[in-house]
Design a protein around this ligand. Structure first.
Ligand SMILES: *[C@@H]1O[C@H](CO)[C@@H](O)[C@H](O)[C@H]1NC(C)=O
Ligand SMILES: *[C@@H]1O[C@H](CO)[C@@H](O)[C@H](O)[C@H]1NC(C)=O
Ligand SMILES: *[C@@H]1O[C@H](CO)[C@@H](O)[C@H](O)[C@H]1NC(C)=O
Ligand SMILES: *[C@@H]1O[C@H](CO)[C@@H](O)[C@H](O)[C@H]1NC(C)=O
Ligand SMILES: *[C@@H]1O[C@H](CO)[C@@H](O)[C@H](O)[C@H]1NC(C)=O
Length: 483
């Protein structure tokens, strides 16, 4: 290719930068030991994330985002859809309290309200089928009434299971038959109001659900196409999946509806396919793909996406799988897990959280004098894992290589750290001791928790799990005493 005139090169560099600067992150707060919101906003700013997506309008988080300039998508939890659907007044109050106030008093750059979170997921058995659309309409009316409808757009983050392909090819794409008419009505409403379609796409789940899934197709570095469809070659599942949606929209008369990828990412632990290497390969491949600005065969141009996710959430339900607590590009304490070049800063090293306060450097482990045959071991481990987090134990995980004593120690320590190193949380009957020597080995991190956030009144802000655990530990210790 010949040399381009300087002005063209400068302009294309600028366009690249513009598309690059559009990357967003999902910021979930289901943690037992959340980082202070100001620290998390520091991570977002230092890595030049331009957008953030929240799952609920947490006041502390929104206040921290004030004046940052970062674009915010604020979510409405599914549990609220019924009340918002049935009452215009409830929708107006929600918008006044959770949107208007933050825009006017805290200068938060709120740009989207996400109504529900994957409400049509098949595992919900249709629970939110009748409430999502009316809630969407009421929130839109409330935004109009508040004079915010040009700045703040509504959307519904949907799982990619709302569409399917009868042929297995993108061109066979259409909305799921059981919700087809509802989807078309929602799409029409979004289109009428200048709002985008939001979809969450998870190649990892395809691999997790189907052991025969072609692994390389989940990533972005394949050199030969897996699918050819209408003359378009597909090298990765992401493009094929997104284009299945484009075909579905086109088939129903909305070929040009803007699309946001609301969640996309790869977990690092809790499953044999969830590790640092695969997560880096996927996320860097995705970033490089986005950086080309080429888009997909059916949707050339910039891709608007939010990484899932920013930080690990150790209080998430593991019903979908043990990987659920490990989606972060950062660990719970804001330490980067692997190099990732977002194209926003001139570095493939992510900027970590600053000024993190850890608990003391001490761990609860199995006592060297205890025997693994002690009958108290099994109930103690199952107690510790039930209240702590043992999702990093098991086949193919980061601590999967531990021996039996290591396993037991890991469980004890997880529980002990979650309880902020409470002495009584390391009193498994004659089985545990506190050590100052770090038991971490290889890929297996024996974590030290961060200090719990102090609220303005000096009271500890406990995660919901910890509140439950504090009550249970008392009962448990009482129980042990009477054994
Ligand atoms: C603000 O949003 C939260 C979470 O959705 C909700 O619990 C709360 O009731 C809302 N406030 C109002 C006034 O609707
Ligand atoms: C959905 O239905 C299945 C089978 O009837 C049941 O096991 C599951 O708990 C239900 N899920 C929800 C979220 O209601
Ligand atoms: C980016 O980093 C590389 C390597 O550290 C350096 O050589 C280059 O000058 C930097 N570019 C800019 C625009 O800062
Ligand atoms: C350690 O724990 C994991 C998960 O609980 C289990 O699968 C594994 O077999 C254990 N390893 C040993 C050596 O006990
Ligand atoms: C702990 O060990 C001591 C001495 O070996 C024994 O007397 C005691 O009963 C043990 N306690 C429990 C709770 O097993």
């Amino acid at each position: 290719m010949g040399r381009l005139p300087l002005v063209v090169r400068v302009v294309s560099l600028f366009c690249l930068w513009v598309s690059v600067s559009g990357i967003g992150a999902n910021y979930g707060t289901q943690q037992t030991h959340p980082l202070p919101p100001d620290t998390v906003v520091g991570i977002l700013k230092d890595n030049r994330f331009q957008k953030v997506k929240l799952f609920d309008p947490d006041t502390g988080v929104l206040e921290a985002l004030g004046k940052s300039g970062i674009e915010v998508m604020v979510g409405i939890p599914n549990e609220m859809l019924a009340s918002l659907a049935s009452s215009m007044k409830a929708a107006e109050t929600w918008v006044a309290k959770n949107v208007s106030t933050h825009i006017t008093s805290n200068t938060v750059n709120i740009r989207y309200v996400a109504v529900g979170n994957e409400p049509f997921l098949q595992t919900y058995n249709g629970t939110f089928l009748t409430t999502t659309f009316p809630a969407l309409q009421n929130i839109q009316s409330a935004l109009i009434k508040a004079g915010l409808s040009s700045q703040v757009k509504v959307t519904v983050p949907l799982n990619a299971d709302v569409y399917q392909s009868s042929t297995g090819l993108p061109s066979g794409g259409d909305f799921r038959t059981d919700i087809h008419d509802l989807m078309v009505a929602i799409v029409k409403f979004l289109s009428d109001n200048g709002a985008p379609f939001t979809v969450n796409i998870y190649p990892f789940i395809s691999l997790y659900d189907n052991p025969n899934f072609p692994v390389d197709y989940a990533f972005f570095d394949s050199t030969s196409p897996s699918i050819t469809d209408n003359g378009n070659a597909y090298y990765n599942m992401f493009d094929a999946n997104l284009d299945t949606l484009v075909w579905a929209l086109q088939k129903n008369g909305y070929a040009n509806l803007p699309i946001i990828v609301g969640e996309i990412g790869w977990p690092t632990d809790g499953d044999k396919n969830a590790n640092l290497q695969y997560a880096q390969r996927f996320n860097q491949g995705l970033m490089n793909h986005i950086l080309t600005g080429n888009g997909t065969p059916m949707r050339p141009g910039p891709i608007d996406a939010y990484l899932f996710s920013l930080i690990d959430e150790d209080d998430k339900s593991i019903t979908p799988g043990n990987f659920e607590r490990h989606w972060g590009i950062f660990y719970f304490d804001g330490v980067a897990k692997y190099p990732l070049n977002l194209g926003t800063i001139n570095s493939s090293t992510l900027a970590p959280a600053k000024g993190v306060h850890y608990l003391e450097k001490k761990w609860c482990v199995m006592s060297p004098s205890a025997s693994i045959d002690d009958p108290q071991v099994a109930p103690s481990v199952s107690y510790a894992c039930g209240r702590g987090d043992c999702t990093s134990l098991g086949y193919g995980t980061s601590c999967g290589g531990l021996d039996a004593r290591g396993n037991i120690s890991y469980a004890f320590n997880s529980y002990y750290q979650r309880l902020n190193q409470l002495d009584t949380a390391c009193q498994f009957p004659n089985l545990s001791i506190i050590t100052k020597s770090n038991p971490s080995t290889g890929t297996c991190r024996f974590e030290i928790m961060i200090q719990p956030i102090l609220s303005s009144g000096g009271k500890v802000r406990l995660g919901s799990l910890q509140k439950r655990v504090n009550m249970i530990v008392f009962v448990f210790l009482t129980f042990l005493t009477f054994q």
